[in-house]
Structures are given as C-alpha cells and as structure tokens.
Write a protein that binds this ligand. Structure first.
Ligand code: ITT
Ligand code: NA
Length: 182
C-alpha cells in the first residue's frame, strides 16, 4: 500500500511515515495545489486533497496537510494565513504584537485532507500553548515562540515535539482510520 503525501517539506513526509509504519508506505510528492482564500483549514485541506488527487498522475491516495497558528487575543490571527504572515511579517514581529497582550494563549491546528477518488476525509489535531519571546534552535516556523509545558517547540527534540504536536495528533487519528479501512 502507498499513500502520497503532498508537501514541500521532507521532514513532514518522514514524520508521516513514522506514524504510518506497518500500515502503509508514504511517498513525498510535490504539487502546488490552489490555496483557496478561506478561514477554514478543513475546507482548504479538503479542496487541496481533491485537487491533488485529480491533477497528479497515478491512482494512489493523497494526503495534504494544512496548519495554522491561532492566537486568542488576536481573534485567531494568523490562522489559515500563517504561512503568508510568516513570510511577510515574520515570527519575531508576531511575538512583539502578542507581547502587548495580557492573554498570550494560542493553539496550533493541523487538518489533514485525504482523497482516493472514492472518498475525501479530514483529520485534525491541536496543541494549546502560550506565545513567548523566541527561544530555541530546533523545529521550524513558529516553533521558537510557541511554549508548551515550559519549553518552546524549538527547544524540544524532534521526538519530543512529534509526540505531542498538532500534526502528530492528526496523523495518529488518520493512521487509526486508515488501518481500519484495510
Ligand atoms: P506544505 O508544503 O507542507 O504545505 P506549508 O508551510 O505551506 O507546507 P503548513 O500548512 O504546514 O504549510 O504551514 C502553515 C504555516 O504554519 C507555515 O508558516 C509553517 O511554517 C507554520 N507551521 C506549520 N507547522 C508548524 C509547526 O509544527 N511548528 C511551527 N510552525 C509551523
Ligand atoms: Na500546507
């Protein structure tokens, strides 16, 4: 069995393979699906999975992932616009914005979209934490400013992060569902 994980990031495909070991092989494929303007990660992942399955050659199922950082005091910003905000505003300036707020709670949310031609499904995972001044050298994206249990995600080892992360939780849910399907 083979699932194609659509991502520009090799680390994410490797992580998916770890969760799906013994269930299916995971191949990374690159495809620039349309990131529709929507405030719903579920809608973005659903459309992305469908479009990837239809446009890519091949018949194996596809999996896409969409992640957002939702800051409570900012009404959920940057949310579905997290990639755009990282590229334009940057992580350091997002921290400075949140540092003005008393409530610094935030959560990461990942929605995985799955499509195999017969069905389209989504699986989500969340991680609640606090926005802090940047610390740590590991991880990527917003990891240096997201603290969970006294450590930023950038201060954790990859294994520690994967064990608790939003993406890890979504992958675990998908793995259970996919194992049942077969
Ligand atoms: P794909 O090629 O996998 O789609 P992407 O970067 O476009 O990668 P994501 O939806 O995974 O799409 O990420 C959206 C934004 O959230 C982007 O700025 C990431 O850097 C950031 N992000 C995603 N997962 C993260 C994590 O585990 N820790 C910190 N930041 C994360
Ligand atoms: Na994505």
């Amino acid at each position: 069995m083979l699932v194609r994980f659509v991502t520009g990031n090799e680390g994410k495909a490797r992580e998916a393979q770890e969760y799906l070991d013994g269930i299916t092989a995971v191949n990374r494929v690159e495809y620039d699906y349309t990131e529709i303007q929507s405030d719903s990660l579920t809608e973005i992942a659903t459309r992305g999975a469908r479009e990837s399955f239809e446009e890519l050659p091949g018949t194996e199922p596809v999996l896409v992932g969409d992640t957002g950082l939702f800051v409570d005091a900012l009404g959920g910003f940057p949310g579905p616009y997290s990639a755009y905000v990282e590229d334009t505003v940057g992580v350091e300036r997002l921290w400075r914005l949140v540092s003005e707020e008393e409530n610094r709670r935030a959560r990461f949310r990942t929605v995985l979209g799955y499509a195999d031609g017969d069905r389209t499904e989504t699986f989500s995972g969340e991680l609640a934490g606090t926005i802090v001044a940047p610390r740590g050298e590991g991880g990527f994206g917003y990891d240096p400013i997201f603290e969970y249990n006294g450590q930023t995600l950038a201060e954790m080892s990859l294994e520690e992060k994967n064990a608790i992360s939003h993406r890890g939780r979504a992958l675990a849910t998908f793995a259970d569902w996919y194992a049942d399907l077969h």
